[in-house]
Design a protein around this ligand. Structure first.
Ligand code: ACM
Length: 694
């Protein structure tokens, strides 16, 4: 019946005129047929053979999705005749890995695939067709043959800088699966935390998973202990096993990342003997940025890392094991007598060979155990074992270089694939890096770098979006920073260029997003309105920091206030190296006063020597002032608002209204802080220009 049906479809398909039903990512081929749809109801069986656990899991996934979206409970049975949804194995070599075929008409829907992931993807497509269709609970008549363009369609989730609950991670895996994303790159260790239970080294999580938060939150004392409330959490091995199993059932590989030899502070605080140099303060730090702390190059350190990786490999079946390798500072290796002696022992006379020695040794350890080392693009140095995978984050050059040298590579390029960047300039935008990377910006990224030969391009495994969480404190915000941009990653990784176009994607995505709520996914709302002009003249004279232009773009953040410890906090857009804003094109004739709301945040940033370059205007009072200047920051001083009334407040403070020197015409205004030092960092929240004097 199936074969006969397909033959019939081939005849009717060419006459089909219906618009293509919306599926994200867009399938490789989709033909709509002149047939009736398959109507779903609780009595329609979902058939998956008892002998095929993969087919059963895919069938159950479909059942779960339909139940969530439509509150109708289908049931899975091992066999049934007549109308049904059927999951089947197909040994068709024309479908690559993860490929599937889905055919549906009034009498049946059939999902067939070679591998388990293909069956899951087929179930996902079937659910999307039901969810986005206009004809009630029904599958439209289609014939889909589908497979991914790339094998690595990932999201990096940083659970070190901020911790997410296992419940959230299970939900996140389902949201990924709904988009056929297939790699969860799980960033588990960093300077600010070690989150993975390692049985042989319990202090990694007993000590390394907990930190005193920065700023006002640091002063939040736990009455039970009389000490600051610690921030943190970790994942037990049991929790990890359950997550990895759940991910596998959804066709997702969890690739763990254990950072080395830098980004190692939390581990070094837990086990100081591993560190190349003593850790300042002796506590897990709460600053963001790049620390100088590295593992030592001693034999016991390698023994520790191999022990850790043995437990990691037992937990994660992934062939790929990520060992970081980014932003490593060599100073601690070079500056101590022991470090110098170790270089001699190792026969290394070029300091640039130290990190390659470390990484390549770990690479050989992993490869001897059938795994493949993955590292950030800094690992691309002579001697790198050929099975290593280079993750290109400093733009796409690392990927091009790697592919030309014969290494597999994954695109995770800053800034477009960095999902800690804001999605819009709306004031409702959660904290993050201040650069705006919209859904459309992500969609416009082409994963295959230009200039690669056919053979070289085969080394491009795919791409991923990176959710670094320094500034993403809550799960709710994480979800909205991830989605819908992750849907763009999914389509870039799955659909070939000729099947892509932003406006078509946007409309298919809108249809899918109507069902995000039923999956518990609160994605970022449409951001189009950020380009709209203020509705009234009065509104035009009020600007939040989100809506002003920054004077510079060194380290520009949407930075959350540190107070109150619990409850809603303000978010400021500020270049932490230059707290200064431009209010463009203001009609000054009628304006006589200015009012500003300001906040102060702890300067908890590791920026090395850069901190010495931060310059402030000279203040005239002990607490400093906010200055308003004409045209540029060197222009005439129009107002000076003393910060004294805000000096003792951890939260935001509205400063008393101040006169604004009269000027005529349309001018830019510069708003900047005059202050004595960098900590606390003053920042603008809102500025109001007024026609009435104080
Ligand atoms: C990175 O963003 N340091 C990989």
């Amino acid at each position: 019946m199936h074969r006969a049906f397909l033959a019939a479809c081939a005849l009717t398909a060419s006459a089909a005129t219906a618009a293509e039903p919306p599926v994200v990512p867009r399938p490789l081929t989709l033909v709509t047929m002149k047939e009736g749809p398959l109507r779903l109801s609780a009595s329609l069986p979902v058939v998956a053979p008892a002998s095929d656990p993969g087919a059963q899991r895919a069938a159950q996934w479909l059942v779960q999705l339909v139940e969530r979206s439509h509150k109708v409970k289908l049931r899975v049975v091992p066999e049934a005749s007549g109308r049904a949804i059927r999951f089947k194995r197909m040994d068709d070599s024309s479908l690559g890995e993860e490929g599937y075929r889905l055919t549906a008409w009034s009498g049946m829907a059939v999902v067939s695939a070679k591998d388990d992931a293909g069956l899951v993807h087929g179930a996902t497509t079937l659910w999307q067709l039901v969810a986005t269709g206009k004809g009630g609970l029904a599958v439209p008549p289609v014939d889909i043959v589908d497979m991914p363009r790339f094998r690595w369609r990932g999201i990096l989730l940083d659970s070190a800088r901020h911790y997410q609950s296992p419940e959230f991670l299970h939900a996140f895996i389902d949201w990924m699966a709904v988009h056929k994303l297939n790699v969860l790159h799980w960033h588990l260790t960093d300077d600010q935390a070690w989150r993975l239970e390692i049985r042989k080294y319990p202090r990694l999580t007993q000590v390394g998973a907990w930190r005193v938060p920065a700023g006002a939150a640091r002063d939040d004392i736990d009455n039970a202990t009389g000490k600051p409330r610690l921030y943190g959490g970790y994942y037990s091995q049991e929790t990890v096993r359950a997550l990895v199993r759940h991910a596998a059932e959804r066709g997702i590989t969890v690739v763990p990342e254990i950072e080395m030899p830098g980004h190692a502070t939390a581990a070094a605080v837990a086990y100081p003997e591993l560190a190349a140099a003593p850790i300042a303060g002796g506590a897990v730090p709460a600053d963001w940025g790049v620390y100088p702390n590295v593992y030592s190059l001693e034999e016991p350190t390698f023994a520790f890392i191999e022990d850790v990786l043995d437990e990691v490999m037992a937990l994660f079946p992934s062939r790929f094991i990520h060992v970081g390798g980014d932003e490593v500072e060599r100073g601690q290796w070079l500056d101590s007598p022991r470090g110098k002696a170790r270089m001699v022992e190792l026969g290394i006379d070029d300091p640039a060979r130290l990190q390659p020695y470390f990484t390549q040794r770990i690479g050989r350890f992993l490869h001897a155990r059938g795994r493949r080392l993955v590292g950030w693009d800094e690992i691309l140095e002579p001697g790198l074992p050929v099975a290593s995978v280079v993750m290109s984050w400093r733009g796409t050059e690392g990927a091009v270089k790697a592919a030309k040298l014969g290494f597999d590579t994954v695109l995770a390029a800053h800034p477009t694939l960095y999902f800690d960047n804001r999605q819009s300039a709306l004031r409702s935008e959660p904290p993050g890096r201040a650069r705006v990377v919209s859904l459309e910006d992500v969609y416009a990224f082409e994963p295959m770098p230009a200039g690669l030969s056919r053979e070289e391009s085969a080394h491009v495994l795919g791409l991923q979006g990176n959710l670094w969480t320094e500034h993403i404190r809550t799960e709710e915000r994480l979800a909205s920073m991830a989605f819908p941009r992750a849907a763009a990653i999914a389509e870039l990784g799955w659909s070939p260029p000729e099947r892509r176009g932003f406006s078509d994607f946007r409309s298919r995505l809108d249809a899918l997003m109507r069902h995000y709520g039923s999956l518990g996914l609160a994605a970022a709302a449409r951001m189009d309105e950020s380009r709209r002009k203020p509705a009234t003249a009065a509104a035009a004279l009020v600007r939040t920091s989100h809506e002003l232009r920054l004077c510079s773009d060194n380290i520009s953040l949407g930075l959350e206030d540190d107070a109150p410890p619990r409850g809603t906090r303000a978010v400021f857009v500020v270049d932490i190296q230059n707290p200064c804003w431009i209010y463009p094109a203001v009609a000054l004739d009628k304006l006589t006063a200015v009012e500003a709301t300001v906040g102060q945040v702890p300067f908890n940033f590791q920026i090395g020597e850069e901190v010495k370059k931060i310059r402030f205007a000279t203040p005239t009072t002990p607490a400093g002032e906010l200055e308003v200047r004409l045209d540029t920051c060197e222009g005439d001083l129009l107002a000076r608002l003393p910060l004294a009334p805000a000096a003792r407040s951890h939260g935001v403070t509205t400063l008393p209204r101040s006169p604004l020197a009269r000027r005529s015409g349309v001018h830019d205004l510069c708003l900047r802080f005059a202050q004595h030092g960098v900590d606390p960092l003053w920042t603008l929240d809102t500025v109001r220009l007024l026609e009435r004097a104080p």
